[in-house]
Design a protein around this ligand. Sequence first.
Ligand code: SF4
Length: 621
Amino acid sequence: MEFGSGLARIRNNGRVIAAQKTYPCSLQMYKIPPDGEVTLAEFDAMAVERLKILRAVERHNLSGPPKGSDEWVAKIYEEFHKAKNFIISTERISSTKMHEVEEARRSDHVSHFILRLAYCRTEELRRWFVAQEVDLLRARFLHTSNTSSEIRAFISENNMYFAQITSEEFLQERENLLNGTYRISSGDQLEGRTFYKVPFTEALELVRSRRVFLRAGYAYVPDTELITLIASAYRTSLSRALAHTSRALPQLEDDTRLFKMLQDFDRRYTGSDFSSKKATSTSITPDMLNTLSAKAFPLCMRKLHDTLVSVHHLKHGGRMQYGLFLKAAGLSLEDALAFWRLHFTKTMDHDKFDKQYAYNIRHNYGKEGKRTDYSPYSCIKIITGSVGPGDAHGCPFKLTDAPLLRQRLAAYGVTTAASSEIAELASKGHYQIACQKYYEATHNNTIIETGVNHPNQYFSESMKLMALGPNAPTPATKVELTSRRSVLQSSQSLNTSLLTPSLSSPLTPSSSSSSSQTPIKSSLDNTTTTTTTQSQLTSTTDADFDEFDDLDMDFESLDASIEQHNAAAAAATVSTVIASTTTASAEMTSSAMASAAATTALASRGSATTASSATASLATA
Ligand code: SF4
């Protein structure tokens, strides 16, 4: 499929004709890689859009209606419609919008190949990508199955052939087909059905679930199950293509921009932006945190808050994760300084706090160092981040053993059934789905439709639901911030507030059990390697803490570290800059199908054009 020449035909002969010739149907098997021009910004945008689509499919597979059911398809399409992505546009066939359809189908095509590059690196990534892509095709096929001409076009375009049984064979096997075919229980349902006879190895999914009649090594597959055969063929061809691509991938490393962009693409955050620039207008104060942590914080932040309240210290990773979360939740810099000071100065003197920790907090708010206004961590970043012994940060659904997690959830008032379901999801690696279930269990079964992908999203959903608004929890005592002395004076009342939840919300099943007065780690984590008893905690010295805090004063390293974590976002920015400053060169050339050797040679000249070509070329492998 020559994408470049397709565009030429649009300009010369009219868009409708060209669109029909280039992409005859909305569904694709992505057998031929795209060839044409795409800016780096577009490259990035299309990849992110497809990633969002695949994550939506995964989410509905894990927590939605049964896969393949009408409800499952409807749920997935509901999300596609809401997000207005290119999947929907590929299906809008009308003479007036064919150019849009063409563009959407092109985005579908190109984005698939970009993600092949990002997801071919490891077996685990390949497996995830194949699973979601196959299910995406399944949903789209089932959604368009009413338009039989569309399906016929798809089958013919991809040279797929499924042998139909003859009418004689149909009559001969009629009884067997009636008895052996899933969801066909009467003669009426059998009439008008088309059956395909395929080697049983091509319909293993149907054979495994005993949904088709088998004879002499052949499966008799009704037309209603055709998608199973197509999905099986697609899975095989895509798995093979990804394995080939991964072998050619080292050649992409010559282009550092694209390599960086694709390297951590699977960890790319695709949800709302919770950086302070775009933060909501809500604001919170330190005296609300005790209550909010029990009622509106996700488990990761609740654990950090409880640890801080218990031991009056968090290590670097915990301070970063919790501090940035609080910033995006609406805690001002002054309040943040007061809050951290209040706790830290219980185990160290004020000078030490000012020298070693206050700078760090101001740094997070963009007031020191490079003055970058750092974004709070997304779920993916938290889940994939490293956690050492004694750290309180990270995702509890990933880091806590199932029995301990069940115990902790029970202590928070989650029912036994819900705790078991959550622990099972977590043990299978579905941490964000487990978190979503935890939200439902603690919020009267209210669902977050888009799933949980950011702690601040969890918090803002919870706040919306509780309709607390910025000032709803009545501050017991507003912390004075003008001087250290005033902080000291107010610390007692603030501490009292933090340790004694004052609100009783119906959304939290057991407010008593959620009290932050109980040091969660010391009471529940007694089987983990991070076990710390209360007596040990209170006797812990500054030196003990500082042993792990060597990063505190190395703020240049911190800058570099955070920048590395935000590589994906930075890459997008760089791409945009490059695209705007090298308008002539930041395009994928029509010779993108160059060989890997040619790609390396071209990339060495430093041209953005060749870099993009390299990507397309590798995707062909
Ligand atoms: Fe926090 Fe996300 Fe884990 Fe939930 S899934 S506990 S929000 S990191």
